[in-house]
Every structure is written in structure tokens, then in C-alpha cells.
Design a protein. Structure first.
Length: 382
């Protein structure tokens, strides 16, 4: 695992607990934004079996990609890096036309990871597939600070929780892969489901401490380097962040993972229009609120002297979630002043939408309560 704080070249995997949350759009847009700041960026399409970065870039799918690299003994990953029409931005294509890409072997996965670490760029952004299978999680764990794209919907929120939970457990499995006693314990915990005793990371590590105190301390120390971030996409109003606060609390309490929030992006119907026209949204709509929100996220990344630590006044704000909420409120006011309510939604529709979102928040709160209650099996029930 690359600890981004310790290296000049930053590796940023981008994942989503479910499909359709906009991770490929954001991977492309953040890469393009960083490139416009003069940063050398390589965007890698690792959505194996469903690659489409070329479409978001407005390019034809006519270059050899990851499949060529995996099936060749002489081709280097660097040989597949393609220039784009945009200064400082290159990308490595996927191979959507190959039928064997969705289920690569462990050896092939290691080959890709090793090759990624040899690429030369300021930022390497990796667009991953949806879901939480081992391939996706292992690529996400290539560095300690990937991004999870989430939408303010109950399904997306719960899938993000599941992704984080499986990421933590996979991290521990890899950490103790050569320790037979700890691995035996972890396997037992996967199978075990004690009614009235939901498993958490704290209780899991406490169980390890009962037979190996050094291993338990190692687990705590290594887990502390995980610093994933979330980007809230397709929001309808600033209050949508309250749903993400509930997720954050659940993850911190059950999984001992501290989340950072990079920002919130409001729903923009013009994104699909840009995709149909095969022009990057930031190029087609550079003056839009969406473009400014994405560029702001890229600025936070580029201005961070110790990425993934975000550059903000820790005395003025308690967390990056507080900053995101303020940003969202300001952006929403701008949208309203631009005629957002009348052009994109009539007043009745907007009020109905807000009512629906609040009902979803209430529903999520009920789900959180259920997951946190005894007997829920909300811990490591894999």
C-alpha cells in the first residue's frame, strides 16, 4: 500500500459501493481539473468489464488497453499510456470489448498493481468498477486514501458502508496473511454470528489481543493509516449531507475509520448531454456550478501539502464535513439566484423533492438504528 503522505506521486483510486453514482464522471473531471492546474495526471480505466473512460473524455475506443498488457509478455503498462487533447492529462484505456476482463486472476492483479507503481506522474487517478469484490477492494487499497463516490440515497449509503466494512476486513486479511493464528481467528469471525452481539472492529481487535497482544497493536496501528474520502454526488439540496453524517457516524463507531469529505456536487442534467455529445462536461460547461464544485475538490487535493490531509483551518472548522455543508449552502444560493428553481424544477416539484429527501433521511436513521442494535449482525457478517 502506498501511503500518500510519504510520496510525491499521489495515487487516488475512485470507487462506488454501487453502479450509477457517477464515479467515472468524477474520476475524469477531477483528473481534468488537476491537469488544468499544471499537474501531470494519468487516469487509469480499471473498471474491468465495464470500462468507459474514453467516452467521458470524448475519445474513440481504438487503443490497446489493460487486456493487452495482461496478455503480453513484452508490453509495459507505460506503453499503453495515451495522450488526450488536454494538456497534462494522459490515460490508460480499459478493454471493454474483451470478455475475460471482469474476473482477472490474483497474479494478473499483482502485475497491474506493480506496473501502476512504476508510472511517472504527479497524480494517478484510478477509476474502479462498482461493488465490493476482492479485485475492486484490492485496487482501492493500492493507496491509503482513495475516494468513495456516494449519492444521497439509502441504497448508495448502505452499499458504501458495506464497501468500507469489506475494505477493512480485507485489509486485515492481507496484513496477517502469513500469521496462521490470526487468520484462523478472522475466518472464525466471518462464520460466527452471535445473536445480540454485533461485531465491530474494536471487538474484533480485542479478540485478537486475547491471544496475541502484539498482533492487536499492529492491527490498530495499521488501520490508523486508512484515510478514505467521500464525494457526495447528484445532491438535490444542502440538507442531503445529513444522510452522509449518519453514514460517517456508523463507520467511525463500527469500523474505526475516519472519513474525510471532499465536497458535494449537485445534480446537473447537462452531464448526460455532455456525455451524448462526447465532450467532457468541464469543457462544455466550464462556467457551471458543477464545474466550480469539481474544480474546488481538485484544488483541495492539489493544495494539500500532506495529502490526504485537507487544507483547512482546524480551529475554525471541526471537520471537512462542516466545510462541505457551508460550501453546499453557498452553492445552492447561487443556483437559486441563477433561476435553478424555476428552470430545472418548478416550486411545487422542488418542495416535493425536499419532502422526499427528508423522508429518506428518516428512513436511513431507522436503518442506522437497526444496524446499531443488538442482534443486527452489522459488524463483520461477511
Amino acid at each position: 500500500m502506498v501511503i500518500n503522505e510519504n510520496v510525491e506521486r499521489k495515487i487516488i483510486p475512485v470507487a462506488g459501493g454501487k453502479g450509477g453514482v457517477g464515479k467515472s464522471f468524477l474520476s475524469t473531471s477531477i483528473s481534468l481539473s488537476l491537469a488544468t492546474m499544471g499537474k501531470r495526471v494519468i487516469l487509469i480505466d480499471l473498471d474491468l468489464g465495464g470500462s468507459n473512460i474514453h467516452t467521458w473524455l470524448g475519445l474513440k475506443n481504438c487503443n490497446p488497453g489493460i487486456g493487452e498488457f495482461l496478455n503480453s509478455k513484452t508490453t509495459l503498462l507505460s506503453d499503453l499510456v495515451v495522450d488526450t487533447p488536454y494538456n497534462n492529462l494522459q490515460y490508460v484505456p480499459g478493454d471493454v470489448m474483451r470478455f475475460d476482463m471482469a474476473n482477472i486472476s490474483f497474479a494478473q492483479k499483482k502485475k497491474i498493481m506493480k506496473a501502476i507503481l512504476q508510472l511517472d506522474a504527479d497524480y494517478i487517478v484510478i477509476d474502479l468498477g462498482a461493488g465490493c469484490n476482492h479485485n475492486v477492494i484490492d485496487f482501492f487499497l493500492i493507496s491509503n486514501s482513495g475516494f468513495m463516490v456516494i449519492t444521497p440515497e439509502t441504497t448508495s449509503i448502505m452499499n458504501t458502508y458495506n464497501f468500507t466494512r469489506n475494505m477493512v476486513f480485507r485489509f486485515l486479511q492481507r496484513l496477517f496473511s502469513s500469521d496462521k493464528e490470526v487468520m484462523k481467528y478472522l475466518k472464525q469471525m466471518v462464520k460466527q454470528n452471535i445473536p445480540g452481539d454485533p461485531q465491530s472492529v474494536d471487538s474484533l481487535i480485542s479478540g485478537i489481543a486475547e491471544f496475541d497482544g502484539a498482533a492487536a497493536e499492529k492491527a490498530r496501528n495499521y488501520l490508523s493509516v486508512l484515510a478514505p474520502g467521500v464525494i457526495i454526488n447528484m445532491a438535490e439540496e444542502p440538507d442531503d449531507i445529513h444522510m452522509i453524517h449518519a453514514l460517517r457516524s456508523l463507520i467511525e463507531r463500527n469500523l474505526n475509520v475516519q472519513l474525510e469529505c471532499l465536497g458535494m456536487i449537485f445534480f446537473d442534467k447537462d452531464v448526460k448531454t455532455s456525455l451524448r455529445e462526447r465532450v467532457p462536461h468541464l469543457v462544455e460547461n466550464s462556467e457551471s456550478i458543477t464545474a466550480s464544485q469539481i474544480f474546488r475538490i481538485a484544488q483541495k487535493i492539489a493544495l494539500s501539502e500532506n495529502f490526504p490531509e485537507m487544507p483547512y483551518d482546524h480551529q475554525a472548522f471541526s471537520s471537512t464535513f462542516d466545510i462541505t455543508e457551508i460550501e453546499a449552502e453557498n452553492d445552492f444560493e447561487i443556483l437559486k439566484n441563477q433561476g435553478y428553481s424555476s428552470d430545472d424544477y418548478d416550486i411545487e416539484k422542488l418542495l416535493e423533492l425536499i419532502k422526499k429527501q427528508r423522508e429518506m433521511i428518516h428512513e436511513l436513521q431507522g436503518t442506522i438504528s437497526m444496524l446499531s442494535s443488538p442482534g443486527s449482525g452489522a459488524g463483520f457478517n461477511f
